[in-house]
Design a protein around this ligand. Structure first.
Ligand SMILES: Cc1cc2nc3c(=O)[nH]c(=O)nc-3n(C[C@H](O)[C@H](O)[C@H](O)COP(=O)(O)O)c2cc1C
Length: 223
């Protein structure tokens, strides 16, 4: 079993860091048969324990039509056996890249917990109902902002964006802000899910789940 006592296993900072304890321990010698419950447990633990403003922040890596890679942070908004869900502008750089190459890699990293989760798989759009559901939960300012921002496009000035926000606020005054058709969810299928945990003397633990037919192949990897 993994210990809750920290030993600065990553050795990336000079002072020992406490390992925060919880119900999310992964027994790398006896891993569960599937990765979703443990990934959710690590996420919940990070949310409850770290005090991070965005414990659900993750790097999203894509490849564009010319084979060029790019990466950026997005927020994980759903995780289940169907995949990892995030929301964005479909016309953005990432949206266009995913249109050309509908595959992506995700990385969640909690430094203070010495934990990382990597997810790779094919990408599909969320249903309109799912995107509507999440859209409805967003603050009105964020909804207006989604209309005002032509995400990833060059902007003349900050004032131009502020003005666009004001224009859309006026356009939708006194009524609900509808979801733009070009804004919604993407779901990354769980084809590869890897758990990494820092351990003393850099003898870190890694375990990877790979879809194999209808089942999961489970392998321990060298760190
Ligand atoms: C903490 C954090 C959370 C973010 N969450 C999102 C998100 O959920 N969706 C999104 O489209 N952009 C999000 N962004 C902005 C993206 O990192 C990125 O700047 C934007 O999506 C444009 O990326 P692109 O030009 O590669 O498409 C977030 C940025 C940060 C720093």
């Amino acid at each position: 079993m993994s210990s809750c006592v920290g030993t600065n296993a990553g050795a990336t900072s000079p002072a020992p860091r406490p390992r925060l304890c919880g119900m999310s321990t992964l027994d790398f010698d006896h891993p569960p048969r599937e990765p979703v419950a443990m990934a959710k447990a690590w996420l919940e633990h990070a949310t409850a324990s770290t005090g991070l403003p965005n414990p659900n922040a993750m790097t999203l890596a894509t490849v564009d039509a010319d084979g060029g890679p790019s990466a950026r942070i997005v927020l994980l908004r759903g995780l289940d056996e169907n995949g990892a869900l995030f929301f964005t502008n479909y016309r953005s750089r990432k949206g266009r890249a995913l249109g050309a190459h509908p595959r992506a890699a995700l990385v969640l990293h909690w430094d203070v917990l010495e934990r990382q989760i990597r997810i790779e798989g094919s990408v599909s759009r969320a249903t309109a109902e799912e995107s509507d559901g999440y859209w409805a939960s967003r603050h009105r300012d964020s909804q207006i902002g989604a209309w005002a921002s032509q995400q990833s496009e060059a902007l003349e000035s900050r004032e131009a964006l502020v003005q666009a926000n004001a224009d859309f606020a006026q356009r939708f005054e006194g009524q609900p802000v509808p979801r733009p058709e070009h804004w919604g969810g993407f779901r990354v299928a769980l084809e590869n899910v890897e758990f990494w945990e820092g351990k003393p003397a850099r003898v870190h633990d890694r375990i990877v789940y790979t879809v194999d037919g209808g089942d999961w192949k489970i392998q321990r990897l060298s760190p």
